[in-house]
Design a binder for this molecule. Structure first.
Ligand SMILES: Nc1nc(=O)n([C@H]2C[C@H](O)[C@@H](COP(=O)(O)O)O2)cc1CO
Ligand SMILES: [Zn+2]
Length: 159
């Protein structure tokens, strides 16, 4: 008889998004994203980080202060990185698993890329204008979004 406690698709892809987030250098919020085709093939991965050539050690990770001295003007979001890391040609009908609900800027790019479904783990910025705008655009563009349902499996990876 086959194993019974295998990971379902959602947990498999969210698990990979979560593992990707562990590459982030952001001290307050690590985000990971995994783009998956409609037939469950992984197309791309990303996490939030500084653009190529902009050193993690030289650019700021601060949240407050002079805008030029905070991370916000520089950091590339996990979802955008996942879109940009894709080297293929067809993302139509794909879904994105992300550990944090996409911002309005990433949402524009997700729409234009043909993403049709967003599965998110945290929605901790749900009250912000950015996320309200994201949901408005997703509704208009007929992108569905749903909260990831925990499967309550806990395990340690010995790496
Ligand atoms: N959907 C998102 N994907 C992301 O990759 N990010 C990144 C940008 C920052 O590096 C970090 C948020 O930092 P903080 O404001 O929680 O300290 O997460 C943020 C959001 C929120 O919309
Ligand atoms: Zn974003």
């Amino acid at each position: 008889m086959k194993r019974q406690d295998y990971l379902n698709w959602d947990s498999y892809f969210m698990g990979i998004a979560l593992l990707s987030s562990m590459r982030s250098k952001d001290p307050s919020t690590s985000v990971g994203a995994c783009i998956v085709s409609d037939d469950n093939k992984i197309l791309s991965l990303g996490y939030n980080g500084m653009p190529i050539g902009c050193s993690d050690d030289e650019y700021p990770w601060e949240r407050e202060g002079n805008p030029l001295d905070t991370k916000y003007l520089y950091v590339c979001h996990a979802e955008l990185n996942a879109l940009l890391n894709y080297s293929g040609t067809n993302m139509k009908g794909a879904k994105i698993y992300t550990t944090l609900f996409p911002c309005n800027e990433c949402t524009k790019a997700l729409i234009q890329s043909g993403i049709k479904e967003v599965i998110y783990m945290s929605d901790k910025y749900a009250d912000t204008d950015s996320v309200i705008a994201s949901k408005r655009m997703m509704d208009s563009a007929k992108i569905t979004y749903r909260s990831y349902q925990m499967c309550n499996k806990e395990f340690t990876l010995h790496l």
